[in-house]
Design a protein around this ligand. Structure first.
Ligand code: 13P
Ligand code: SF4
Length: 335
C-alpha cells in the first residue's frame, strides 16, 4: 500500500492540525473496509457528515441513536464521524474502547456557548432547580447536569420530571423555548445557540414556499421561533427523515444542516428536497465543524489510530451519570 505521507506531516496530523495528503490512487472505500475488519473498528456517522462518509459508516444516526450505538457496540475502536462532544460522549459510555475523531478541531458552536465555569455560577443561582442539558455540550457541562437529552427525547425527558420540580435547560435557548411551549414547563434557559440553525432566512424560506406551494417546510427545533412557526413538521434529524418517509408530500423545504438530504434522497428517490437557505449568499447551510471531517481524514485516523479522545476519569464518571439517566428514560419510553 502506498501513501505519500511524510513523518513530519504524520506528527502534525496526530495533533489534529493538518490534512495530510493521501495517494489519489488509493481506493478509500476499500481501505476503510479493510481497516474496519483488521482492527475490529466501527464507524459511527452523524447525518450531517458528507455523503461519502455516510456511505462508509456502519451506523448513521442522530445524537440519540449514535450514543445508543456507542454504549452497546462490541468493537475495539469507535471511529466517530461527527463533532467533539459526540466522540466525547462515546468515550464516556465506552471507556475501555479507543475512540477516534477524524479531526480534533471539529467542535460545536452550541457546546462552546456554555463554558463550565460560567455555567456553574449560573446553576448555583437556582439551587432548587435540576439541570437538563442538551447533549450538545462539553463533558464539563454534562458533569454539572442531572439529565442529558437530545432533540429526539427532550419532551419525554422533561415529562419524566415531576411537575413541581423547577428546571434549568441548557445550552440551547431555541430548543429550550420550543420545549417550554411544547411541554408547558416554565424552564430557566441558558442563552446558547447553534450557528447553523440560527442563520436561516425566514424571508428566503417564505419566497421558496411561494415558488413551491406544495412543498412542506420541515425544521429542526434548534431553529429560531419565527422559523419554527412556519414549519409543517418539527423534529430531530431522525424525526425529519422518518417524517419524509411516512408523509405523502412530494416536495420538502428542509430547514436544518444540508447533510441530512443525502439520506432523505436515498430513502425517497422520487421526492424533491430543497435545502433552506441561510441569511447570506449561500444556497444551503453546512455546519463548518461537521464538514471538517473528510473521507481522507477518516482513513488516516483509522490507519494511525489518531487523534484519540482521552478524558480524566473523575470527569468521565461525573458526566456519565446524567447520560445513563437519559438512556434509561429513553429505553422506558421505547425510544
Ligand atoms: P440531532 O442529532 O439530535 O438531530 O441534533 C442535531 C445537531 O445539531 C447535532 O449537532
Ligand atoms: Fe453544533 Fe450546530 Fe454544528 Fe450541530 S449543527 S455540531 S449544534 S454547530
Amino acid at each position: 500500500m502506498f501513501t505519500a505521507i511524510t513523518e513530519a506531516k504524520k506528527n502534525l496530523q496526530q495533533k489534529g492540525f493538518l490534512d495530510m495528503e493521501v495517494d489519489v490512487k488509493l481506493d478509500l472505500f476499500a481501505e476503510i473496509a479493510r481497516l474496519k475488519k483488521e482492527k475490529n473498528a466501527i464507524v459511527l456517522a452523524h447525518y450531517y457528515q458528507e455523503p461519502d462518509i455516510q456511505d462508509v459508516a456502519d451506523y448513521i444516526g442522530d445524537s440519540l441513536g449514535l450514543s445508543q450505538q456507542a454504549a452497546k457496540t462490541d468493537a475495539d475502536i469507535i471511529v466517530f464521524a461527527g463533532v467533539h462532544f459526540m466522540a466525547e460522549t462515546a468515550k464516556i459510555l465506552s471507556p475501555q474502547k479507543k475512540v477516534l475523531l477524524p479531526d480534533l478541531k471539529a467542535g460545536c458552536s452550541l457546546a462552546d456557548s456554555a463554558p463550565p465555569e460560567l455555567f456553574k455560577k449560573f446553576r448555583d443561582k437556582y439551587p432548587d432547580h435540576i439541570v437538563i442539558s442538551y447533549i450538545n455540550c462539553s463533558a464539563g457541562i454534562k458533569a454539572l447536569s442531572d439529565i442529558i437529552c437530545t432533540s429526539s427525547n427532550a419532551e419525554k425527558i422533561i415529562e419524566s420530571v415531576p411537575k413541581d420540580q423547577p428546571i434549568i435547560f441548557a445550552p440551547d435557548r431555541n430548543l429550550g423555548a420550543y420545549l417550554v411551549k411544547k411541554t408547558g414547563r416554565d424552564m430557566v434557559l441558558w442563552n446558547g445557540a447553534c450557528m447553523v440553525h440560527e442563520i436561516f432566512s425566514l424571508e428566503k424560506i417564505t419566497r421558496l414556499k411561494v415558488q413551491h406551494p406544495q412543498a412542506k417546510i420541515i425544521a429542526h427545533p434548534e431553529c429560531e421561533a419565527p422559523i419554527l412557526a412556519v414549519a409543517d413538521y418539527i423534529g430531530s434529524t431522525t424525526g425529519l427523515l422518518k417524517f419524509t418517509q411516512r408523509d405523502d408530500a412530494q416536495e420538502y423545504i428542509v430547514v436544518t444542516e444540508t447533510g441530512i438530504l443525502h439520506q432523505m434522497q436515498k430513502e425517497n428517490p422520487h421526492k424533491t428536497f430543497i435545502p433552506a437557505p441561510p441569511n447570506n449568499a449561500c444556497a444551503c447551510n453546512d455546519c463548518p465543524h461537521m464538514k471538517l471531517n473528510t473521507l481522507e481524514k477518516l482513513y488516516l485516523c483509522m490507519e494511525y489510530e489518531e487523534p484519540e479522545i482521552t478524558m480524566n476519569e473523575a470527569l468521565r464518571l461525573a458526566a456519565r451519570k446524567p447520560i445513563d439517566r437519559m438512556l434509561e428514560i429513553s429505553a422506558q419510553a421505547g425510544l
